[in-house]
Each structure stands twice: as C-alpha cells, then as structure tokens.
Design a protein around this ligand. Structure first.
Ligand SMILES: [Zn+2]
Length: 459
C-alpha cells in the first residue's frame, strides 16, 4: 500500500489554498509528499472529477465502535444520560483482548478512510488487562492500534491517555476505570513504549499525549505531563457535560475552560475536545488562543451533550476540527451537517456560518481541514507542494454533484451527500480507498465480524 512510485492526478476541479481551480495536475512522490501542483494544465495521469484536501479525524476511541447501537434502551435511572451510557461502556471493557482491540481499530480506521478522512488522532485510553494489571509490555494495546494502522494505511496520531483518578477529589478509579489508570511514572514508561511502537509506521505518524480530563488528572499532574512530553499535540476532554462543569466549579472554583485558560499556556499545540459547555466569555477567550476545539457533533448528539457555541466562536477567529469520538456512526458529511443544523435549530436561522464570499459547506470544510491538520500535528491540510498528499476525490457521476462547481460541490457533499460520494482517498500518498472501498476492506470486515461474534459470546 505504500506509494512506491510517483503518482500523477488530473482533477477537473480542485480546492487549492487560494480557492477553486480547474484542470489541476497534482503530483506526489514515493514519500507521500506533494511535489507539483499546476492549474490549467494539460491532462496527465489519473482523471479525477473533484479533488479536495482530506481532513484528519481528530478524536476517536476505536473500541467504542463495538458498542454502537447497543445503548439505546432506557436504564433503571429516571433519565438516561451521558453518565448511564458511560456505565454501559464500562461494562463492555472487560471483554476486550488485545487481538480484539486491533481488529476493531482496523475496522474503524477503514470506515474513516471510506468516509473521506485520511488520518485519525486516536485518544487511546484502554491500556491494561481486565482488573487493571498491566500487560507484560505497557504499550501492548498502543502497539495494537499501530498494527491496525499498518493494515489500513491511515495516518495515525497516537495519543496515549494519562488517566489517574476517578474524580476531581482524587478518588480512586472504579472497577470500570482500572484498565485506563496509571500513576505518572507508569504513564511515562507507557508513553515511551507507545512511541517505540509508532516507529513501525511511515514518517507521517505522530506521537502526542492526552491528559484525559480535569476529572481524571490533577492540576499538578497536568503540568507534569505537558512538561514531560515537550512537543507534539496535547488533547484533553473539556467542558462536555453540565455535571462536569459543576464538579470543576465546586473543586477548582472556576469553570473548566476558564480554569484551563488561567492555568495552562493554551496554544496551537492544544486540542480541547467538546467544549459544549461554555459561557460567551469562555468561548471568546478560547477562540483567541489558537488552539483547536475538537467537535464531535454526532457523538455529542447521541450523548445529549449540548450545542457548541459555534457562531460566536467562529466570529472570533476560533479554530475547530471534527472527531468521530464514540464512533457510533462514522460519516464526515454527517458530522458537518449535524454541526450546522445544531446552530440553525438553536438560533432559528439558516446558513449559520456562511460568509459573504464562502458558502456554508466551504466554511465548514476549510475549517475542519486546517483544524484537523493542526490538531493531529500532520504536515497536511492543503493541496500544495511539500505537504503530505492527504487527498479525497469525489465521484463526478454522483447525481447530486452533476453540474455543480466550486462551493456548490461542498454544499452538495455536506447537505445532500453521504459517503457514497467519496471514491478515492490517499493518506500521505498511500492510495487506501478506490471505487469507494478500502483496498483491504473484505479482509478487515471479515475479521471484525468474527471478533464481534466472539465478543457477544463473552459478554
Ligand atoms: Zn472522547
């Protein structure tokens, strides 16, 4: 699957850093980097109808894909909430073995590539054996995520998660959380092992770090982890649930976003996941940091998290990207549509984020391509020389794309489209999806089916 030779594409339409262009030749070399971009060129190489930079999916917990669609009944609590869902998720945890984690991750990564993403930031927190005993190699399950990426060819940003406590008062982990937990010393070793495992991947792979949340990491340990890692992306869940805001307020006397902005140097290295609970002041403050907010609109809808303050955030220059988080459904177009529709439903308006010169689909797409590249630490996010060739081609025969040019293409993709419009995907030059299907799709699907059957029997 490696890009063994020079590849040449000829796109009728392509979205370049300066805007839409016609008859564009794009070349990339065996190392996956773009070497030539020329508009109004003579035809050469593989013909493409629409060529776009492909976004990175900036937030995933791969194993949660296995419980998709299995948490839609009411539990014994008077109201089903994020917290009752979390209990179901904890019950699932005991059944996963290392080979299951690899099979599920490969399936999830394949679905992401077929949806048009070229890379993923895996927020990886399932580290230890059931009961919490570490594997002989602390990085065993990190290595399984890496092995899955070797199978699928996805661009991987691995974010080993530091998870120490069961809540802000420093209480111990519950039985459901012990597979995640480490003190700082154990985590430092685990992070090193994850870094070693990552060396099996091509050079576009990135190592970052993820202090799980203010619930799971103390203020001191948060600083220690950030200092220890030194460089690379830092991701953290923040301000997702009202109860979480209340707990942070009670313990730290500030709201989560407010506290983080006052206590850490939040900058371009940071990606803060969700931020669905912010005051207008927090929204503006966060927008001005240069950090990326990791929005997960499908999961946030599924879990009833709340609506992101998107219009205000964008008006203040805020950066964001998209993550598929719980992986209950993996669809790039649907994430963007859900995000925009959430703003419309709240504000009772249309075209919430469109500007005078860019359509809604274009604003959303530009933002998630740039935000995804920044948050994953990938040298991609634009079709230009020197960048990794993270590319997605849309199907010129798709009925809803017929006759569409420029921003209308993206509006059709976001609002009437689905993943069937995606025909080809390259991740750092690796041609992983062709004809809408992953090149190793049959094998990956079969393995997932067998894994899920075994898991059902073990549950
Ligand atoms: Zn998450």
């Amino acid at each position: 699957m490696s890009a063994s030779t020079q590849t040449t594409l000829f796109a009728k339409q392509a979205l370049l850093p300066d805007g839409w262009a016609r008859n564009v030749v794009v070349e990339f070399s065996a190392d996956g980097r773009i070497t030539r971009v020329e508009s109004n060129a003579e035809p050469a190489g593989r013909a493409i109808a629409v060529l776009l930079p492909s976004p990175s999916n900036l937030h995933s917990h791969a194993f949660q894909r296995a419980m998709a669609g299995m948490s839609e009944r009411r539990g014994p609590e008077p109201r089903d909430t994020f917290w009752t869902w979390r209990q179901i998720m904890f019950c699932f945890l005991d059944v996963f073995r290392p080979e299951d984690v690899e099979a599920i991750a490969a399936f999830v990564q394949m679905e992401m590539l077929e949806a048009g993403y070229s890379a993923v930031a895996e927020f990886h927190y399932l580290h230890h054996q059931p009961g919490g005993v570490p594997y002989a190699s602390l990085g065993e399950l990190s290595a399984r995520i890496v092995a899955a990426a070797q199978t699928t060819g996805i661009g991987l940003t691995l974010l080993p998660v530091f998870y120490q406590y069961g809540g802000l008062d420093g209480r111990p982990l519950t039985q459901g959380q012990v597979r995640f937990g480490s003190d700082f010393d154990r985590f430092a070793k685990l992070h090193q092992e994850a870094g070693k495992a990552l060396q099996a991947l091509p050079e576009d792979a990135v190592l970052g770090v993820a202090p799980h949340s203010l619930r799971a990491v103390s203020a001191e340990d948060l600083s220690q982890v950030v200092d220890y890692v030194g460089n690379g992306p830092i991701h953290m869940h923040l301000a997702e649930q009202v109860a979480e805001v209340d707990e942070v307020l009670a313990s730290l006397n500030q709201r989560p976003v407010e506290w983080l902005l006052d206590n850490q140097d939040v900058n371009e290295r940071w990606c803060l996941i969700h931020c669905t609970q912010m005051t207008p002041r927090e929204t503006v403050g966060l927008a001005q940091t240069g950090a990326v907010v990791g929005l997960c609109p499908i999961t946030e809808s599924s879990l009833g998290d709340g609506i992101f303050d998107g219009v205000r955030y964008l008006d203040n220059g805020g950066r964001f990207g998209i993550g598929s988080d719980s992986n209950i459904r993996i669809s790039l177009s649907e994430e963007l549509r859900t995000l925009e529709y959430s703003q419309r439903l709240r504000d009772k308006c249309r075209a919430s984020v469109a500007t005078e010169i860019k359509s809604t689909g274009r604003v959303l797409f530009d933002a998630v391509v740039a935000g995804g590249a920044q948050a994953t630490g990938r040298k991609s996010g634009a079709i230009s020389e020197g960048q990794f060739a993270d590319l997605v081609a849309l199907d010129g025969n798709a009925i809803d794309l017929e006759g569409r040019v420029g921003d209308d293409v993206l509006d059709a993709f976001v609002f009437t489209g689905d993943d069937c419009m995606v025909v080809d995907v390259w991740s750092a030059g690796r041609h992983v999806v062709t004809g809408g299907r992953h090149v190793r799709g049959a094998e990956i699907r079969n393995r997932y089916r067998v894994t899920m059957k075994a898991l059902r029997e073990r549950l």
